[in-house]
Design a protein around this ligand. Sequence first.
Ligand SMILES: Cc1cc2nc3c(=O)[nH]c(=O)nc-3n(C[C@H](O)[C@H](O)[C@H](O)COP(=O)(O)OP(=O)(O)OC[C@H]3O[C@@H](n4cnc5c(N)ncnc54)[C@H](O)[C@@H]3O)c2cc1C
Length: 462
Amino acid sequence: MTNRQSSLSRRDALKLAGAASAVMAFNPAFGALNTEAQAAAPIAAKGKIVVIGAGAAGVSTAARLCDLLADPDITIIDDTQTHLYQPAFSLIAGGVVSAEYPKLNNADYIPKGAKWIKQKAIAIDPDAKTVTTDQGETISYDFLVIAAGIDLNYEAIEGLDRSMLGKSGVASIYAYEGATRAWNQLQELAAESKKRKVSALFCETTTPIKCGGAPKKIAFLAQDYIRRNGARDNAELTQMMTGGSWFGVQVYADAIEKLYAKREMSSRFKHKLVKIDAARREATFAVPKLVMDDDLGIEVEQSEFVTKPYDFIHIVPNQSGAAVVAKNPKLANPTGFLKVNIETLQSETYPEIFGAGDIVATPFGKTGGSAHKHYPIVAQNLVDTMQGKPPSQKYNGYTVCPLITNYGSVMMLEFGYKGADGSDTLLPSAPLDPTQERWMWWLLKVHALMPIMYKSMLRAKG
Ligand SMILES: Cc1cc2nc3c(=O)[nH]c(=O)nc-3n(C[C@H](O)[C@H](O)[C@H](O)COP(=O)(O)OP(=O)(O)OC[C@H]3O[C@@H](n4cnc5c(N)ncnc54)[C@H](O)[C@@H]3O)c2cc1C
């Protein structure tokens, strides 16, 4: 567990094979579109396609387009050489995998049929159909896929900047360097708990975020690590949530609440982190409070500020779509994400523009699991548009949170868009109670999901 290498015994491997087969067998959506694409004859549609972002969503969409089109003309724009498999960040922070584990060389995954411009897109003119790069190039397109992911903004919290991650008890697994430093911080916290009472705060934020379960994954890992390696009775662990519930899907919220009670972890709702005083190790939260307005004669909401000391604080930064979209009012919604039809993932103003991955302004679904569903849908709908047809594929909002609940157990929370009556939609991949923590899902999360990503998804094969 803590030796930075997780090895798989023969018994584990057999169980994992069973789990993976169960997922494939019971989730018909898992490979359906891929099979169709591989079987169909290449399509002769023409047009220059530009893809912004060579992350999970961009590369797999480009790869699928290369498969679908007889004569693809695809240009990918991204200045990063290394792709980071972000779902491993929680595992790095927990000491389960090494800091090198999530690194993939982008050059190995850019599809052979695509051209790669190693620059950053800094502006999109959707009327002129051009993208401008940081090196002053203007690239025209007929069709554009925007898959530039999310920007993190730690500086929105007073007193905090990204360089502080890993120092003075400030941790964050949302940034790669934060995840790598968090592992030392967790060990220090456990060691400290053997000497005195310690307090750890696990914060959340009010903007849409990627992997909404990550702030709880790190809390559960910390709890279990201290239980095994420190003095659990000396550690107060508190989840500081900004909303008023444990999770957006009620049955999962109920299951998570029970786990917090079972693990003797505390919680606060409606607490938004607004300030850090790193020197004093104090965090200030804005908490809404109703006060009587004597002039209006009604109660109005105001913020009251609550300051808490901490030994360890986990930060979730404010998040928006990548700046190239967030700063473009023709493309972005008020929170900086790409406006698209939430089913077809096509822009309703600019039908030649599609979005894939974290950047799209869907109600939720900022996970690699969502990107895995997006890419075949976007590629097919784009090809439909090239052929003058309406988009044929619809995204059902599928997303997944493999919620780590202990070293060795995961609750697999899968769901989609709510029904028209506001009811929750559960989309479990296997016919098992999804509210149960399972070792089988831990094996899948730790050993199988990354290989699935680089062996099949990035190559549009699954
Ligand atoms: C801590 C953590 C835990 C997670 N756990 C899970 C999990 O367990 N399961 C799960 O399914 N998902 C998880 N995720 C979420 C998952 O990593 C993302 O949803 C997924 O990476 C989204 O893919 P993407 O292609 O949209 O974005 P990314 O993979 O982030 O790629 C975006 C790409 O766009 C590029 N880019 C950005 N701006 C520009 C620009 N201006 N010009 C050109 N290129 C640009 C970037 O360089 C990058 O290569 C987790 C994320 C985090 C942070």
